[in-house]
Design a protein around this ligand. Structure first.
Ligand code: GBH
Length: 448
């Protein structure tokens, strides 16, 4: 067996990165609107005001997906488009937009996968402390209730959060992402715990209100590749390790409570008091709250074992293959990482993002030739297939991204799409990798 028959081949995007229409039709400002309009925060001084103008061109984009045979579309909702202040007042035009998007997808037989939160918190909620406010789990529950009520008649698949590691790590610790904070360790931990509590509440609402709901949470992974056969244990240990000052970017801090119902012991040892703010009632909602795990993967560490038997990250040789983001190209990581996830959590897994940034442009023949991306995807998918063959419960794969788009602090210079976007004319051109992916989808990966 390789990929199961009903394996879901999809493509992914996120609201702030593609929609544009940032101040149209009653949408409220969110933290990325504020951040991008603050000088010096974005590499090319750009904003998501227009982005790919998907808000007005979604029907064309769905036609492109249909042409490529894409079976599922993972997109996120803009919270402040639906609830301009984050709670309370509802913006009907926002609901109308997502209704049209969902209906159009269904008309083409494309299954919608909704992400509730891909980093764009309503600005009004940030004014009240954002995820540091102990009311934030209630805010998120109110939002999830609206989503379930409006879209739950047609949508079954939801992820609550995209990469809590990144929006908390880069947004609340490193400060390179909105809202640009650098919290102290204890403050950061409490804010992260609010995200977990928010997840628990939203998952309950979705399960209660949506018939046959399938709810997940997506984490960012830097996978691990054992250097030799002797380093498998070291790689596993490094992948799931966590401890004092080392949790926000890690795996087990987020996923252990959600799947196993408890925090890892090293964290209980050093943050016991803070973790106690998660009451048994909170934990009852957080644990066993998901039906699948979403993994986003781009790169990996090479892991060896030092003289004391401890895992160590090995430095790769000079000139090691890299993408335009300068991230190492590491196909085997997706094999090892999904395998380790499977062994620890025994859950269905979707790859909710995988792809690469490349220096794409339109050639003289009017096409976009991106053999590097084809090779990258081919190698990663072969490793994913190997994991599937070895029994990892893989349910689907979403290409990041359908379109070139606003790459957060890097602006528009980095192109991740299988569809090229000309930001002057907003014209779309399917890249060679897009056509290649179509063949993979049609053959369920048998041609890899
Ligand atoms: C995702 O974040 C986002 O969900 C998506 O919105 C975004 O556009 C996309 O990926 C591409 O960036 O220094 O070599 O160890 C990905 C975030 C990427 C964070 C890889 C950690 C490790 C880089 N992660 N990164 S490295």
């Amino acid at each position: 067996m390789s990929f199961r028959d009903e394996f879901v081949w999809g493509a992914a995007t996120a609201s702030y990165q593609i929609e544009g229409a940032a101040f149209e039709d009653g949408k409220g400002a969110n933290i990325w609107d504020v951040f991008t309009h603050t000088p010096g925060k974005i590499a090319d001084n750009s904003t998501g005001d227009v982005a790919c103008d998907h808000y007005h061109r979604f029907a064309d984009d769905i036609q492109i997906m249909a042409r490529l045979g894409i079976k599922a579309y993972r997109f996120s909702l803009s919270w402040s488009r639906l609830l301009p202040e984050g709670t309370g007042r509802i913006n009907q035009k926002g609901i109308d937009f997502y209704n049209s998007l969902i209906d159009e997808l269904l008309a083409y037989g494309i299954e919608p996968y909704i992400t509730l939160y891909h980093w764009d918190l309503p600005a009004n909620l940030q004014k009240q402390g954002g995820w540091q406010n102990e009311k934030s789990p209630e805010w998120f529950e109110e939002y999830a209730t609206l989503v379930a009520r409006c879209f739950g008649d047609r949508v079954r698949y939801f992820t609550t959060f995209n990469e809590p590691q990144v929006f908390m790590g880069c947004g609340y610790l490193v400060g390179e992402h909105a809202p640009g904070l650098s919290l102290r360790d204890e403050e950061l931990m409490l804010a992260c715990l609010n995200v977990l509590k928010a997840h628990g509440r939203a998952a309950k609402v979705l399960h209660n209100m949506v018939v046959e709901a399938r709810v997940g949470l997506t984490v960012a992974t830097t996978m691990v590749i054992p250097d030799t056969k002797e380093d498998v244990e070291s790689a596993r240990e490094l992948f799931f390790e966590t401890g004092k000052g080392n949790y926000v970017f890690m795996q087990s801090f987020w996923m252990d409570p959600i799947v196993l119902g408890r925090f890892p012991q090293p964290l209980l040892d050093c943050y016991g008091d803070l973790l106690a703010s998660v009451t048994p009632g909170d934990m009852a909602l957080i644990s066993k709250s998901i039906d699948f795990i979403g993994l986003n993967n781009y790169t990996s560490h090479q892991v060896g074992t030092d003289a004391n038997g401890r895992p160590e990250i090995l430095t790769r040789h000079r000139g090691f293959p890299k993408t335009a983001m300068n991230w190492d190209i590491t196909p085997e990581g997706i094999y090892w990482g999904t395998k380790f996830y499977h062994e620890r959590y025994h859950m269905p897994i979707y790859i909710t993002e995988n792809g690469m940034a490349n220096g794409d442009f339109v050639s003289q023949d009017g096409k976009v030739h991106d053999p590097q991306r084809i090779d990258f995807l081919h190698r990663y998918l072969l490793n994913l297939k190997r994991a599937a063959e070895e029994g990892v419960d893989l349910r689907g794969y979403f290409q990041w991204s359908l379109l070139d788009n606003f790459e957060w602090a890097c602006g528009y210079d980095k192109r991740f799409g299988i569809v090229y976007v000309d930001y002057e004319t907003l014209e779309r051109t399917i890249k060679d990798s897009g056509y290649w992916y179509r063949d993979v989808v049609f053959q369920n990966g048998e041609n890899l």
